[in-house]
Design a protein around this ligand. Sequence first.
Ligand code: EPU
Length: 306
Amino acid sequence: MKVILSSQMRRELQTLVAQPVAWEVPLAAHTSLRIGGPAEALVTVEDCAELASVLSFARRQAVPWRLLGKGSNVLVADDGLAGITLMLGGGFRRLEKIGDREVAAGAASVLPALSRFCQENGLSGLEFAAGIPGSVGGAVVMNAGAFGGQIAAWVSALELCGEDGPRMLPASELRFAYRAWLDAEKWRGQVAITGVHFILRQDDPAAIAARMEEYQRARRLGQPHGATSAGSFFKNPPGDSAGRLIDTCGLKGLRVGDAMVSPAHANFLVNIGQATAADVRELARLVREAVHRRHGVDLEQEVEEW
Ligand code: EPU
């Protein structure tokens, strides 16, 4: 890992946040693939004021930063990440009902908790998210979805935090596509999503719970459970399924080191032990190549590479 922060910069950075900065800790502990080299500085912020001061520091010192959510859709390099890796602390985990149909969720809260909170409050829409192990903020950035549902359909506003403090972005200013928030690039490096507001539909809590259970059952049947993965590795090409395409190439069980195409679902690349990011990358390359050769389809990666 390249080192960017001088010892003086490190001292200054620590003064900006209450929690101790973790220096050079392996990110494998913070990703669902259990892969990833050290973060030069792993900084947990508890509110927008702390976040704003770190973003200001990063800009003044020209230090790159990224925000890590639950780490469930990311492949972190074995070399690790130079600069600042931000995490949102417990201060960003609130779940709050506002009025009849609105829910505000901190970006660091997780989808299963949000889904359950909505169910308990008789609010329908996010049942599909009950089994997605990601953070609410991350779910917006990738427009997470399952079973015909997607986050974008229910978002009414985003809470953002930048150097100048908090601001709200209404849904009318948000553009989404399949597994993508199209404005992410425009905001990158300037703000972080710190909260998400949803407008939902009122329904009977028991009916909502039944749908959640149905989705969970389908997930248990069709996807590897307990496996160390980042979920679907490739996006589905229009009108088809990456899992089906990979499966028909006979690739289930294919391995590079400890990275393997899951025998349960061909679009899950799983870490069965000590897989490295290089193993996963090579396995993904072989998969893409085979699918291109056999089906003439270029698979696009869903999992982000850092
Ligand atoms: N299939 C195979 N072989 C396989 C896997 C799937 O033939 O190894 C076939 C299935 O039989 C089915 C079709 O492919 O006919 C689609 O499979 P599945 O129902 O499992 O859904 P998917 O398209 O692979 C998508 C999302 C999942 C989401 C499920 C459930 C993408 C890339 N993936 O998977 O999302 O949970 O639908 O709705 O859109 C994720 O994004 O990380 C994720 C897990």
